[in-house]
Design a protein around this ligand. Sequence first.
Ligand code: ATP
Ligand code: MG
Length: 389
Amino acid sequence: MKEIILIKNGELALKGLNRSTFEAVMIKRIRRSMKSCGECDIRKAQSVIYIEPKDDSFDIDRAEMLVSKVFGIAGYSRAAVCKKDMSDICSVAKEFLSETLSTAKTFKVEGKRGDKSFPLTSPELSAELGGYLLSCYGHLKVDVKNPEVTVVCEIRDNAAYVRAGQKKGAGGIPVGTGGKAAILISGGIDSPVAAWMMAKRGVELSAIHFASPPFTSPLAEQKVKELLSKVALYAGQMPLFTVHFTEIQKRIGESCPEEFFTIIMRRFMMRISQRIAADHRCQALITGESLGQVASQTIGGLVCTDAVCNMPVFRPLIGMDKNEIVSISQKIDTFDISIRPYEDCCTVFTPKHPKTKPKLYDIEKAEAVLDIDALVEEAVQTARFEIIE
Ligand code: ATP
Ligand code: MG
């Protein structure tokens, strides 16, 4: 039995003139992610995108998993390909839908005759296939108003397709239609979720991670790469820049009041990140901050951090509760990696009594003893680069 995947656009439908560009970007995304599944044809006809395997070696389970993660897709389904003849349609439908129909109680059939040369009309097609499936699965009942399973049989120009309902796609808009931004990624729960949320709005990502060896372990860096690989299933491959942060943290620790440590450190992170971001054509930074979570994430804290930024900082989690963030991290499969217990650079030097209402003037005065430009320059120049797939 030959199977294909059918895809329906999502929000794309709403975007007027942009629609064709968005659709082209989405198809490019689909094409790229299908490369790891084998050889297939991808084509569009009447607003449906078809993925057709070229041979049996195509991994259609993996293809379905990857399609479920492409932003811009509203719904998708697997369909069986049949000859345009009723006896083939019936026998293929019986076999292809056996699991679904054995466990369902009610169903209906929607026949759609696209090819008008097919001898049965749409209602006749529905009635004939429905009658046949009833005779095969004796426990089933027809319910045209509210069926558990809707069997769709479409007669198109080159073949007939049978499928059961449609699964919900990832939604959002295709990655690459929303510009580029750099996610500041730690090993925590929040930043991978923030990355995913912005990718869902079409933003192409670069990632920046601050590591402080030997205080932070190589396992912490490994964890960040694994988190980004999970995000990359949705966002596509992305560059990761790892910044050596040890020297800067030490200098802050030696020369600045302990209560300001976190805010001053975060200001360095922003300065370094926006340099790297701008060098790689990113127009904004993204962080996983959520208001009130910790001392540096009060409005006062954010004012002090943003004072050094000359590009927008997106904080998609700003108004979310921890449990809402956790539930997304579980959905995108990053949670179990995030809770592995390795030290992050932020926890290494955490002050006992951080200032919750820092004054910008005090912070600026406290950090003025450091050669900020030189420290930033050194960090930017020595950042390591790799590609995460
Ligand atoms: P997360 O769960 O993402 O670590 P958090 O709630 O622990 O977030 P903080 O540790 O205060 O919050 O960090 C706030 C944000 O700063 C993070 O979401 C991330 O965007 C950025 N950040 C923190 N540590 C690092 C790091 N080592 N490298 C890159 N970015 C970082
Ligand atoms: Mg953290």
